[in-house]
Write a protein that binds this ligand. Sequence first.
Ligand code: COI
Length: 354
Amino acid sequence: MKIEVHKQISAPKKPKPEGELGFGRYFTDHMLVMNYTEGKGWHDARIVPYGPISLDPSAMVLHYGQEVFEGLKAYRSADGRILLFRPEENARRMNVSNRRMCIPEIDEELWVHCVKEAVSVDRDWVPYEEGTSLYIRPFVFATDPFLGVRASHTYLFMIILSPVGSYYPEGIKPVKIYIESEYVRAVKGGTGFAKCGGNYAASIRSQMNAYAKGYTQVLWLDGVERKYVEEVGTMNVFFKIGGEIVTPALEGSILPGITRDSAIRLLRDKGYTVTERRISVDEVLDAAEKGALEEMFGTGTAAVISPVGELQIGDRHILINNGEIGPTARWIYDTLTGIQWGKLPDPYGWTVEV
Ligand code: COI
């Protein structure tokens, strides 16, 4: 299916933000919108000035949360090019989420084309400063004005763009993580592997509790035995224990991160042993006690690579690598961002120029 993206480039130019960008606070001049109507499919992709949208108060998304989203970034290379990182993987993952949430799939080539067009129109918004990028947020939601519970017959797909710096105020400095033992994020058969807003809404209670105790994020345990490590609020997690790198296997309740997948590939190609398996919180605590827990770090599009310096569960507190970034996290950060910003060669063909 080929859909023309219509540009309506009449948006007034907003002043560009100055100073620290932080994450998700500023938005560009335009946004992409595409409609879905049952019987007609996805249609009328268009780029319009960024601004509020009008929705019926009975729009199904507002009541039952039938919604999915993605996150990827556009990077400015030193020679001024604009690079996306593995956008086809986001397109594929959005369709995995769509299937789970009964949302009609979007042709993946069209999806990537929409992302490229949206970024292209606002290309002067891709920031130049070290460590910055343009965060791309594609999302789909149910728009039928209806209060019964069923799949909607109409949807909107939208892409908004936000110039960003670090997700965490700590930047690349290690974060403090609280291990959640009261609430759970997901169970197998649920929606844990899908990128739907509801997963994040349900995580906020425990994130707020962690903030109040001085922690940056929550580490989730499995929803059945409350024993195995799953993921951190906005990141997948990796441990380096006695030289081996371990990350929880994807068994249906964890988000299959694209940064996770890229990190595994880079680490293996560098010669590290990376094992995807179940890892219990007791194993992590034991390793820490024996001095074998060398490093812990998170991976995510927004968070990039984020070392973890401290872990807390109940009244047990662990300091990892003296609260400093370890050599593996440093290497993976430099290598991944080197490829993303076009500073290093890209032997994997991961970057796509806009
Ligand atoms: C991302 O890393 O792109 C995410 O979607 C995390 C987000 C909830 C901030």
